[in-house]
Design a protein around this ligand. Structure first.
Ligand SMILES: [Zn+2]
Ligand SMILES: [Zn+2]
Length: 389
């Protein structure tokens, strides 16, 4: 019951890789340096590589000993965020406006660490696919790899994912059975009135009160239309209009996100947002265009695979340190697309108290290197347990 010794031994190497990745953050579908680095590392471990799936994605293929035909996929994400890092340590981002603020540098490193160990030991029978995906942060990189034939070209039975989780103690792993992350859809509205002089509102059609009424009314969807025990969020996050104190603007722009777990609630949010916005615009004599952008579906773990993930995690950290009664997150995750195609489980790796209050996506966040060996050991033991010799 512990981190694998020979993985702990390579902790310094993993730390160095993680810091290099952190210095070279690249956003969705621009992970060129990153995928070159990962591909070179995999090759140096003697692992066969396939590139270009989902533009910058990399898949490593490693066969164990024996003639086993079973296969599993382990997935890490590679992309960074378009934001300015405020950390000043030596491994801070070298690219202005780009930052690994979600720990995907750590995710890629842990999978590389496991790949190196597995290539050396091959204590399994079957095939393991190391999936390094681009564009998790809103770019649907997981879906892009599937569209490019991930599951056609590489016939895996199950898929597995992991995310570091600041706020959960180091030495703990959280595993959900069922939904763990929400569906996240986006909407954008253009309200058109008729601009004019601010002193003569009766001769204009003001889109601002119309927009304000829409924002207010949308708040009633979750409180009045969604059943009390169903999780849902509607957040208006963009409201832009006007440019002068004495001018009624001709238009306003609203945008936001709708989060849910069940398909019925997801549809209810979409229908309600349309209905309310259209009816409100009409009441205010404005025109409205609504652009609905379906985002990630909910991330739903499969019960049997989650139970096996719990067993593997317990083997490393002890059963007491595996948390299985976690509430799901209203955040979203594009591993959802892979879990919709193949059974599997996506776990949360405890990363300790957020440093300086820096949670994921904070400009002072940094992946906690203390969990590299734990995450890599989980991957390695998962392979050995799913593909036994
Ligand atoms: Zn993120
Ligand atoms: Zn992330």
């Amino acid at each position: 019951m512990a981190v694998i010794n020979s993985i702990a031994d390579r902790e310094q190497d993993m730390k160095a890789w993680r810091h290099l990745l952190h210095q070279h953050p690249e956003t969705s579908y621009e992970e060129v340096w990153t995928s070159n680095f990962i591909a070179a590392k995999l090759q140096s471990f003697g692992i066969e590589i396939h590139r270009g799936m989902g533009k910058t994605g990399v898949v490593g293929v490693l066969r164990g000993t024996g003639n086993g035909t079973s296969a599993i996929g382990l997935r890490a994400d590679m992309d960074a965020l378009p934001m300015q890092e405020m950390n000043e340590f030596a491994h801070a981002s070298k690219t202005p406006g780009r930052m690994h603020a979600c720990g995907h540098d750590g995710h890629s490193t842990m999978l590389l660490g496991a790949a190196q160990y597995l290539a050396e030991t091959r204590n399994f029978d079957g095939t393991v696919y190391f999936i390094f995906q681009p564009a998790e942060e809103g770019g649907k990189g997981g879906e892009a790899m599937i569209k490019d034939g991930l599951f056609d070209q590489f016939d895996m039975k199950t898929v597995w994912g992991m995310h570091n989780w600041p706020g959960m103690d180091v030495g703990k792993i959280g595993v959900h059975s069922g939904a763990c992350m929400a569906a996240a859809d986006m909407f954008e509205m253009r309200i058109t009135g008729s601009g004019g002089h601010a002193a003569i509102p009766d001769l204009a059609i003001d889109p601002i009160p119309c927009g304000a009424a829409i924002v207010q009314s949308l708040q009633s969807i979750v409180s009045r239309r969604v059943a009390a025990l169903e999780p849902a969020v509607v957040s208006v996050t963009i409201f832009e209009s006007g440019s002068a104190f004495n001018v009624i603007p001709g238009s306003a722009r609203l945008g936001g996100t709708a989060r849910s777990f069940s398909p019925d609630v997801r549809k209810l949010l979409e229908d309600s947002i349309h209905e309310i916005a259209i009816a409100t615009a009409k009441a205010y004599d404005c025109e409205i265009e609504i652009d609905w952008q379906p985002g990630y579906p909910p991330t739903v773990n499969h019960a049997e695979e989650s139970a096996r993930a719990v067993a593997v995690a317990a083997n490393i950290l002890g059963a007491d340190n595996i948390i299985t009664d976690l509430q799901p997150s209203m955040g979203a995750e594009d591993f959802a697309y892979m879990l919709a195609e193949r059974p599997g489980s996506y776990i949360w790796l405890g990363a300790g108290p957020a440093k300086n209050g820096a949670m994921l996506h904070n400009d002072r966040y940094d992946f906690n290197d203390d969990v590299l060996a734990t995450g890599a050991s989980y991957w390695a033991r998962l392979v050995e347990s799913e593909l036994p010799k």
